[in-house]
Design a protein around this ligand. Sequence first.
Ligand SMILES: Cc1cc2nc3c(=O)[nH]c(=O)nc-3n(C[C@H](O)[C@H](O)[C@H](O)COP(=O)(O)OP(=O)(O)OC[C@H]3O[C@@H](n4cnc5c(N)ncnc54)[C@H](O)[C@@H]3O)c2cc1C
Length: 392
Amino acid sequence: MKQTADVVIIGGGIVGASVAFHLSERGCTDVLVVEREAALGSGSTGRATGGVRAQFATAINIRMSRYSIDFFTRFEEATGHPCGYEQAGYLFVATSEAHLDYLRRTRERQRAEGLTNVEIVGAEEVARRVPGLRTDDVAGGSFCQTDGFIAPLKVLHGFMARATERGARLWTETRVMGIDVGEGGRVAGVMTSRGRVETRAVVNASGAWAAETARLAGVEIPVVPLRRQLVSVRPRAPLPDGLPMVIDMSDGFHFRPESRELAMPGALMAWPDDAETPGFKDDFDPAFAGKVFRRARARAPFLADATVNASRCRAGLYEVTPDHHAIIGESREVGGLFFANGFSGHGVMHSPATGRLVSELILDGRASLLDASALGAERFATGHLLDETSVL
Ligand SMILES: Cc1cc2nc3c(=O)[nH]c(=O)nc-3n(C[C@H](O)[C@H](O)[C@H](O)COP(=O)(O)OP(=O)(O)OC[C@H]3O[C@@H](n4cnc5c(N)ncnc54)[C@H](O)[C@@H]3O)c2cc1C
């Protein structure tokens, strides 16, 4: 029997689920989400830290975040499910005047984009917000209370549940193995392990595997998988309530309190390891914990003698582009092939904005949320790259 769908979404992570939800909001429910694993979120979504922030350096990232964070505040109303949004804040800690100047400059850009609640704070305020943090060398920092945390898997399931209630279909344990490009260079269907599905639109929402998926249609996009690791620890004394995400700008070391919903929540510590090389490695390397503890000892001594909670340590893949911005838009080479890729570590927090943008591009041919043309894949050929300097 011939199988058809108006839109096929490749990938059952947070991004694919958000696209399905936003399409269904607009009444487009003949949507099929195809996920090769048995469980949704088995890719990067289930490994993420769950941080959300609007403290970015580029207008487009700030706008994506502002829409998304606002969406998280009304997530339950929109989907019928909670998302665990906690306004715990993000605190960037600067130890040099150069970094503090950078925070002042980015705050001006953030204000220009309507984000008015970012505060530049002094060392005393940093110390007050994070008792026990080493601050004798701190020049200051920036804090935004509406940054904070969400639960990535709750967001994924909320989006998907509402989309499927409205009629979207979900195939798990199904792999997309080919994308048929028909006459006129337009998408005509996808080949899956459950057979062929005819469609007029395909969304590449396959996370770190995006370049492979694009290649199924004969298209190249520069998305590279890069391992990121999280060390879960249980401190000797309970962490104070209301700790924000804390980022040491001198080396990128950062930590957050774990979700209060976990049994015996501790802290998650991370650090962007320069020695990491691109590739599909998603095993947690115990040696990484040693590197992170060295940074913790220098900045957050109250975490330095914490016990490692091995069962909650994890590794996953960032999906990195050359300019650390997402690729969102229709392929210039294959009509009907839409990219929702390359979030470079921000796909969880930007999933609401991405779903809205991609659904508008599919249904209206243009996006009303913001001018998405800057995120098109063609920028890598034309050299019109964006420049995000605030990457964790
Ligand atoms: C350690 C770590 C910490 C992070 N912390 C944060 C954070 O604090 N905040 C934030 O915003 N982001 C964070 N990220 C990044 C974030 O996790 C990703 O950007 C986001 O999850 C991407 O979502 P996705 O749906 O595009 O990809 P994924 O969740 O990876 O989903 C893609 C899915 O596609 C499926 N797939 C691939 N190919 C095929 C195929 N051919 N057929 C069928 N299915 C296929 C995969 O199985 C996978 O389930 C973090 C990432 C890591 C690794």
